[in-house]
Write a protein that binds this ligand. Structure first.
Ligand code: UD1
Length: 420
């Protein structure tokens, strides 16, 4: 099993290009099932999760061609199979996003329940409730969601009980081919939802309000093809900003949308980073200073993203002062705490959703284990400043969501290599 070996203590500096966003690419790939015409996606990130989604599309009968620059062409002219098997859905929850498109286009779909996940129970009740409101008959049999809408889906007013990114995406996609108008209330507002909405519009869908909590979609009988560029990954960008900042270094990121980073940039500034932004770039400079502790509480966009919580915990671990970190989105997203403490951090857990981080002056290398995607990178961040050589085991978690991690880190001066 691959491991990362990191020699801590290098001050990072340099320029990096931000990759396409995993969390935009996955729903957009699922949405290619809505049309029989060819769709070409550029800036698709080269990641394990994207490979899994491509395998799933192929298993359903779509024709997928990937060129050497990761332009992905999908033609779902005819689907030969309407069942998304457990083997593919269990490795990645986003596979569940094929339910809406399959059901809307073919009136029938069978998708494995995603099941439990390390960071929390993560139910799909809101996805199902919304599809039922659109007229689908749904039963859960032997771990599979079996959905039928032989007469097609019908537009509906849907009030979501909580803000869910995946739920909003599944229902947006389904509504594009429903008869009549769908209104999604309490919809998620994440930039990746805007990207999905823009992609659907490029296919010819009538969608408005994406990026606000009320999305309106007028269904159409069919959609066409398009060429589309996936938005830049704001979480990858935020993570590399911290990589430079935690070493008290500097970085310039290019090819990104600074506005989508929102509160991430604000928190970095509060912690002492000097930040400059332009149309498609961000520069960060810590000017050799130790960060100052800042409290964090996760919440749906535009609040602080749960996908940046672990990285900011690593940054706070070496800050001046004490920070409280509250996780409100997932109930079990502090698995990195014990591993960080093995590196010499001083973090106390107060129940499942609150951690108190007492900043220390120094971390020390130790063998640690990656637990989930973002948590894994928080260990990389800690290792970048730990004295000595840290080995991080189980890094397949990182490969699910960070493109060419060693190359990118080496490019800004980190001493990192993959070992087996
Ligand atoms: C997406 C992101 C993930 C991010 C998360 C929150 C993708 C591929 N993944 O995941 O990286 O961490 O948003 O920003 O885009 N919930 C329910 N019922 C539902 C659906 C969700 O109770 O039907 C709960 C979940 O258990 C969780 C919360 O709502 O506690 C948020 O989940 P959701 O926004 O749906 O996350 P994902 O779409 O799975």
């Amino acid at each position: 099993m691959d491991k990362l070996q990191i020699q801590g203590g290098q001050k990072l500096a340099g320029t990096l290009r931000v990759s396409g966003a995993k969390n935009a690419a996955l729903p957009i790939l699922a949405a290619t099932l809505l049309t029989s015409e060819a769709v070409t996606l550029s800036k698709t990130p080269h990641l394990q999760d994207v490979t899994t989604m491509i395998e799933l599309l192929a298993c359903l009968g779509a024709d997928v061609v990937v060129d050497e620059r990761m332009n992905v062409q999908v033609t779902a002219a005819q689907l030969t199979n309407l069942k998304a098997p457990y083997e593919l859905v269990k490795t990645m929850r986003a596979s569940f996003l094929v339910l809406g498109p399959l059901l809307a286009r073919h009136g029938s779909a069978e998708v494995s329940l995603p099941g439990g996940c390390a960071i929390g129970s993560r139910p799909v009740d809101q996805h199902l409730k919304g599809l039922q409101a659109m007229g689908a008959a749904i039963e859960v049999v032997d771990g599979y969601v079996k959905a039928q809408a032989q007469q097609g889906l019908k537009g509906a007013d849907i009030y979501m009980d909580l803000v869910t990114v995946g739920g909003t995406e599944n229902l947006m996609m389904a509504a594009c081919l429903a008869q009549g108008t769908t209104r999604l209330y309490n919809a998620a507002c994440e930039p990746e939802i805007i990207d999905l909405g823009n992609f659907l519009a490029a296919l010819g869908a009538r969608v408005s309000g994406h990026g606000t909590s009320e999305i309106v979609i007028e269904g159409r009988p069919e959609l066409g093809g398009c060429q589309y560029q996936i938005m830049p990954d704001r979480i990858e960008a935020g993570t590399y900003l911290i990589a430079a900042a935690i070493t008290q270094g500097s970085i310039r990121l290019v090819d990104l949308q600074p506005a989508a980073l929102g509160v991430i940039l604000e928190k970095l500034q509060q912690m002492g980073a000097q930040i400059k932004t332009g149309d498609d770039w961000v520069e960060l400079d810590m000017q050799g200073r130790r960060p100052v502790a800042v409290d964090i509480e996760t919440s749906p966009y535009p609040g602080f993203p749960t996908d940046m919580q672990a990285q900011f915990m690593a940054f706070n671990a070496v800050a001046k002062g004490t920070a409280t970190i509250r996780e409100t989105i997932f109930e079990n997203r502090f698995m990195h705490v014990h591993e960080m403490n093995r590196l010499g951090a001083n973090i106390e857990l107060h129940g499942p959703s609150m951690a108190v981080v007492h900043g220390v002056e120094e971390l020390k290398a130790a063998p640690v284990m990656a637990t989930d995607l973002r948590a894994s990178f928080s260990l990389v961040l800690a290792a970048l400043v730990a004295e000595g050589t840290t080995i991080i085991d189980r890094i397949y978690h990182i490969d699910r969501g960070y493109e060419t991690i060693e190359e990118k880190l080496q490019q800004i001066g980190a001493q990192v290599r993959r070992v087996s």
